[in-house]
Design a protein around this ligand. Structure first.
Ligand SMILES: [Zn+2]
Length: 501
């Protein structure tokens, strides 16, 4: 008899400092697909569901995929959106509960809703109410998960991504699926424990390419081959979600049926949590001011490829507005030539530009409309429309390869020497097609300024001569004290002095 497995994806990283709510429409714009349609659209790419489907095929599961729901990181999830997606998952579980062997979920682990701090924990609680405590539940989480005690308690198996940029979603999906298969077959009885220290964030945001945590990720992987240790996950946390249990965590999924595994799991988790704590003062990123970044661009020689400037603080991928203007204003002031800047998320400006024609000269107020205190207010620019598009593209890089993506109505406005990508829908830059689809060849530019913290590196480091990172003062600024934390447990590093682990 094949194992019958219910699968679903419900992914949101909620920035509680951002105004408004993430409603169902925001999911519809990105991904809100059910059953077979979801599988057809999202499989064979860098997605968790691809990994689940790989295991289903190999192990001969009867896999029942309910829904894939993803919205670009943003404000808290509305009750209606949460109830809609969680409702579909729970209704399917209820309808099939007498014939179900396991549940496999792809979640983020930093979802905050307008009615509760722990979206994933709430989903798991509702699911357990339906299916009871015994059926094995496995899930994948983002490396930037905030993991609450409730989540670790209610899920048996948790596997987080181990790469940032996140290029191992499918691989982790396979790992979670295989662990679930072993549990359903009665070979293991998994459980997950959690360790943490009083930290708001890993100051390197979970960088796995460089910095002090690189050896810890290697350790985590090595421990997974020990007897009875199934998965060791280092979660950097998400410091834009102001909830009680925010911050880095270590999770170890172990087999309760293996002698000594629980003690060993606790030892591993605490030692790795100590490692994160001790690395708290070593920064891998050198955050330049926007003026210093532009000064560097002026003297940069682009023979080896463009200078890439990452606007870390205005990363739409962490829920920042994506319309901060400080970096663009500095680029214009510096008079940079053969440069590009992307994206400027400004639906009003995008609509105005898309109602014109290529070649038109226009004057408009660009960006800075959401919260000028974070990253600068609107700037008046005059430029030429170079391209108009519906914003759709298919990615071809390590993260977005084969996946559909849309910025919505999009235009390229050339202001002096800078091609500005003005878009309607939110999205961070993580694929070359996000330029090329709109007629911008990033390889040929001298300066490529883009809004992203780290994900851009997967596609842009190979073409860059040099990468620098700046802090434009936007909502996701690395200067934590600029954000008004209220809910996080105190005392906590780095907000409070003399915090003890
Ligand atoms: Zn992440």
């Amino acid at each position: 008899m094949p194992h019958r497995v219910l699968t679903a994806e419900f992914i949101h990283e909620s920035n509680t400092f951002k105004k408004g709510v993430t409603d169902l429409h925001a999911f519809e714009i990105d991904v809100l697909l059910e059953g077979e349609v979801a599988l057809k659209t999202l499989c064979n790419s860098n997605t968790g569901i691809s990994g689940f489907a790989d295991v289903a095929e190999e192990a001969g599961w009867d896999m029942r995929h309910v829904i894939s729901a993803y919205a670009e990181p943003g404000s808290k999830v509305s009750r209606q959106a949460f109830d809609h997606v969680a409702g579909k998952i729970c209704a399917a579980a209820l309808a099939q509960k007498d014939n179900l062997d396991g549940i496999l979920l792809a979640l983020h682990g930093a979802m905050v809703t307008e009615f509760c701090e722990d979206g994933e924990g709430e989903l798991l609680r509702r699911l357990r109410d339906v299916v009871g405590p015994d059926i094995p539940v496995a899930m994948t989480l983002d490396l930037h998960a905030n993991v609450t005690p409730q989540m670790a308690e209610l899920a048996d198996i948790i596997v987080s991504y181990k790469t940032y940029p996140h290029i191992d979603l499918r691989e982790r999906g396979v790992q979670a699926g295989q662990l679930l298969e072993a549990a359903m077959a009665g070979e293991t009885r998994p459980k997950t424990l959690r360790a943490h220290r009083p930290m708001l964030d890993d100051p390197n945001g979970g960088r796995t390419d460089t910095g002090p945590l690189v050896p810890l990720y290697a350790d985590a992987l090595a421990h997974e081959s020990e007897p009875g240790i199934h998965a060791v996950s280092l979660n950097a946390g998400f410091s834009d979600a102001d909830i009680f249990h925010m911050g880095p965590t270590v999770l170890v999924t172990y087999d309760t049926g293996t002698d000594g595994a629980e003690g060993r799991a606790r030892e591993i988790a605490e030692r790795l949590a100590d490692g994160i704590w001790h690395a708290r003062d070593s920064l891998a990123n050198d955050f330049l001011s926007v003026d210093d970044a532009c000064r560097h661009a002026l003297s940069y020689r682009s023979d080896k490829g463009p200078l890439v400037i990452a606007d870390y603080a205005d990363n739409p991928g962490s829920g920042a507005y994506g319309d901060a203007t400080n970096l663009l204003a500095a680029m214009l002031k510096a008079g940079l030539e053969n440069a590009t800047f992307a994206p400027m998320i400004d639906p009003e400006a995008a609509a105005a530009l898309c109602s014109g024609q290529v070649g038109d000269e226009v004057r408009l107020a660009l960006g800075g409309k959401n919260d000028p205190d974070f990253g600068g207010g609107p700037i008046e620019v005059t430029g030429e429309i170079r391209h108009i598009s519906d914003g759709r593209l298919t990615g071809d890089g390590p993260m977005l390869g084969g996946l559909p993506f849309s910025f919505g109505p999009t235009a390229v406005l050339r202001v002096r020497g800078i091609d500005i990508l003005v878009v309607t829908e939110r999205g961070q830059m993580l694929d070359l097609q996000q330029f090329k689809a709109f007629g911008i060849e990033p390889e040929r530019k001298s300066t490529v300024a883009l809004k992203s913290m780290q994900h851009f590196r997967a596609a842009f480091e190979p073409i860059a001569g040099e990468v620098i990172v700046c802090d434009s003062g936007a909502l996701s600024t690395p200067q934590m004290s600029k954000r008004p934390y209220v809910n996080v447990r105190r005392p906590i590093w780095p907000l409070d002095a003399d915090v003890q682990p």
